[in-house]
Design a protein around this ligand. Sequence first.
Ligand code: NAD
Length: 542
Amino acid sequence: MNHARTQLPMPVNEPVKEYEPGSPERETLIKELKRQMENRIEIPVMINGTEIFTGNTVQTVCPHQHGHVLASCHQAGPKEIRAAIDSAMAARQEWASFPYQERASIFLKAAELISKKYTHVLNAATMLGQSKNVFQAEIDATCELADFFRFNAWFMEEIYSQQPESEKGVWNRIDYRPLEGFVFALSPFNFTAIAGNLSSAPAMMGNTVVWKPSGTAVLSGYYLTRLFKEAGLPDGVINFIPGSGAEIGNILLAHQNLGGIHFTGSTAVFQNLWQGVGQNIRNYSAYPRLVGETGGKDYIFIHPSADLDQAATAAIRGAFEYQGQKCSACSRLYVPKSCWNGIKEKLIARIEEIRTGDVMDFRNFCNAVIDKKAFDTITGYIQRAERSPECEILAGGSHDDAIGYFIDPTLIRCRDPFCESMREEIFGPVLSIFVYDDDQLAQTLDLLDSTTAYALTGAVFATDRKAINEIMERLKFSAGNFYINDKPTGAVVGQQPFGGSRASGTNDKAGSSLNLLRWTTPRTIKETFVPPIQVAYPFMAH
Ligand code: NAD
């Protein structure tokens, strides 16, 4: 037993590789892309470290080439779902008793594996399975994921060091215990890093996890499970069960040992999960922790003093990177009338520079949306806007799903600030614009704040400092991540802890100690060195 008071290495953000033509990282990645394209694999369910091939499979395809099958993914049924819970419960005690330095070591090793051996594997799987360009895959599957592991280890140590005061003769301590039960992690399709964080953050704090990946991100999810194993994560700590969300949800929510839910995805699914917990509330041995980061309808507000080149670039990058499939994507833009002519041409010119297509062609900025359902939903919004007298399509609007689910980046000018594309999360490459009267600025801020149920990210572009302060104050509750003269996407772990409130989630800030705290149930310990032996107090003397 090592009793030294150790200190974890100070985390630094993983550097972003450039992938310029001719660079060694580009050559290696291309080889890995070819390998994954040419070798169809079987993705198993992974319970207690054992791969299970259930035979009930779903095909994993490239969204940008949906005729190409990357993998057959074996689905967990009721038997495997129950086995995953049993495995998590069986692994709990030993994992919780691991010295925290050992838990940290496993995830620090995982970060190094991501940084080196697995970088091309995870980037390629994310590019092919989730249709991301190389830069989007790199900042997600390599950089953000490695950052989550390194920073969370650091935050864990920081939490454990937070201890109460003790008066003379007494020693007070806090024991940050893991939750009493298993954690149910459910991940979305759009970020490999989020999938890694949802499953690992509770595990970092000594919990064991049943992880249901998104059906459209199982390829990167599978490589993540291999990475965890190689990093030394004991069997049973994170159990990987691809399958039907509803079926898995029903069984897990009804289990008396559900300790918590770590969710990222749509608002509707999180609300269903919360409702399911409510229905089962009398069955649980402890109140489950509910942590959910959900949808957004994120905005950029342009003030008349803004630099329009900067604002136009931020709007285009913020709206269309990864085809607008980021919860933080800019999907509504408020422009003062005095700036409209100036920025309109800049927006259209920048959109015209964007190429959309296959991830293997590195010139493409945009790739495909995730699946047929998303394609139909997004194009439905575009078609209704085309028909609406309140809307005008300024750029894009075309789409084609013959080979892949491609939708051109689309700009819609909305005359009605409450029309559906200004209000609802579209989760695709669609940016809706409302032009406001300069003398209606205050009313427009009220309008912006009350247009949607969400409050995830938002940005203001202005050079007038007084205006920035006023706008920031007025929009205080409209976003959990607020940006001044920057796009509302691209939060970096350790720098901009991420999450929103209202319908956007519980705002437990992924990538910060606030999130990790939710995976502990602290026990306060008071030790009195010389306990009193008399019942009477001094005031009772006469
Ligand atoms: P989704 O809600 O469809 O799926 C999320 C997870 O829930 C998946 O694993 C899915 O299989 C599972 N699921 C779906 N239906 C279920 C059910 N009935 N019971 C149990 N589980 C079920 O979300 P998605 O399409 O994968 O991701 C996009 C959504 O995620 C968007 O709304 C986006 O804004 C949100 N998102 C939010 C953040 C954030 O930090 N706030 C980050 C990324 C994505």
